[in-house]
Design a protein around this ligand. Structure first.
Ligand SMILES: [Zn+2]
Length: 257
């Protein structure tokens, strides 16, 4: 990368993934040097909830989100929800995530629905924001949003301008990452152009979804600088303005330190 901007918050990362097994600590330190002021590590299952919290304890620029990913809902122990509730009480935890619905993989839909709605209820009970995964499940996710009125974000937003407006009116913000830079991401670009800047937060979903120019490479938080340039050009604003507004929004939504 030829430039890194300062002051960026990566609101959605998976540094616990195997891709970072060899050099996780060094990569996390490097992110701080490359201008990333905070990373929200999203757990996907019960073991990674504990590991995400441990990561937040070891790195003061890392916070954790605890939840069950829709692809990981099979085979949960009976007390899974109590376990998540206990994890959520840790001071390093800022959100319930990653939770949601996925119609791309063939995980049983009734089970996905049950886990998702229980976690939305838990977030409401605890007064915590959520990080929602929506893959090819726009209608079902919006039904749940209407019913449970969560705060937080729709991560890797891939819906229409109309859906974006409804989600924002309901109190959510939209996670924008590497996918915005892809040529085929026509809807994503339209959403960024049409909605006000304070509806968006920055994210990676790393090690996945590397921006254009880095496809096939392991994604890291510092690649968000490329996404910032794309948003800046779509909105006719400076990169500094994009970072100022999105980081303010992330701090507000997740009550970050
Ligand atoms: Zn994710």
């Amino acid at each position: 990368m030829d430039h890194y901007y300062n002051g960026i918050i990566d609101t959605h990362a998976h540094y616990l993934e195997h891709a970072f097994e060899e050099d996780r600590d060094q990569v996390l330190e490097l992110q701080r040097e490359n201008g990333i002021i905070r990373i929200i590590e999203n757990a996907v299952d019960l073991p990674s909830c504990a590991s995400a919290i441990a990561l937040a304890e070891r790195f003061d620029h890392v916070s954790a989100a605890v939840g069950i990913h829709p692809e990981d809902v099979v085979g949960l122990p009976e007390d899974w929800l109590d376990q998540i509730a206990r994890f959520a009480g840790h001071p390093g935890v800022v959100a319930i995530g990653e939770i949601g619905l996925d119609n791309y993989w063939d995980t049983p839909r009734d089970l996905q629905n049950d886990v998702f709605t229980r976690l939305l209820e838990l977030a409401a009970d605890l007064g915590m924001p959520v990080e929602i995964h929506d893959r090819e499940a726009h209608d079902e996710v919006m039904e749940a949003v209407r019913r449970y009125k969560p705060s937080g974000c729709l991560h890797r937003f891939s819906g229409s301008v109309e859906m974006a407006k409804e989600a924002v009116a309901s109190g959510l913000v939209l996670g924008i990452g590497g996918a915005l830079t892809y040529k085929k991401s026509v809807d994503e670009k339209a959403v960024v152009q049409e909605l006000p800047l304070d509806c968006f937060i920055l994210e990676t979903d790393c090690p996945y979804l590397s921006p254009t120019g880095y496809r096939g490479k392991r994604c890291t938080s510092d690649m968000i600088s490329i996404v910032v340039d794309e948003i800046a050009s779509l909105k006719g604003e400076t990169p500094e303005k994009i970072i100022e507004v999105t980081s303010d929004t992330a701090k507000r939504v997740f009550r970050l330190p």
